[in-house]
Design a protein. Structure first.
Length: 126
């Protein structure tokens, strides 16, 4: 009986250590005041608004995603008054060079995106 209690205590300690370790790596992402199209207004850390409906634009979040290891992300879109919205990841330098504009009809735009109407876009030819 004593061995079972010790094993349970050790397992619980291990689980608690894992939870604490995982919490150390949680990151709060927010929309960047710098890395965005000039037409996009930051409403708050987690909310943006386009100034016009002309063209497709990037708004990046900070800090950048760590390139090491496997990550899981989730997004929640609370409100959208547009007929097109895409989320995903990008190459910041490429997007900067394109002035944060997105041209969906060609590759080389810097993004890897999934849109609200079911489309997907890749920076590279598939």
């Amino acid at each position: 009986m004593e061995d079972a209690k010790a094993m349970v205590a050790k397992l619980q300690s291990s689980i608690n250590s894992f939870i604490q370790y995982s919490n150390l790596w949680q990151v709060n992402y927010k929309f960047s005041q710098t890395y965005k199209h000039p037409d996009i207004k930051i409403v708050n850390d987690n909310r943006i608004k386009a100034g016009t409906t002309q063209g497709y634009k990037f708004a990046l979040m900070e800090p950048e995603v760590d390139k090491v290891g496997r990550k899981t992300f989730s997004f929640q879109i609370k409100e959208s008054k547009t007929n097109w919205l895409a989320i995903g990841f990008c190459h910041r330098k490429t997007v900067e060079a394109k002035n944060y504009s997105f041209v969906f009809g060609s590759t080389g735009h810097g993004g890897y995106l999934i849109s609200s109407n079911g489309g997907s876009w890749s920076n590279h030819k598939a």
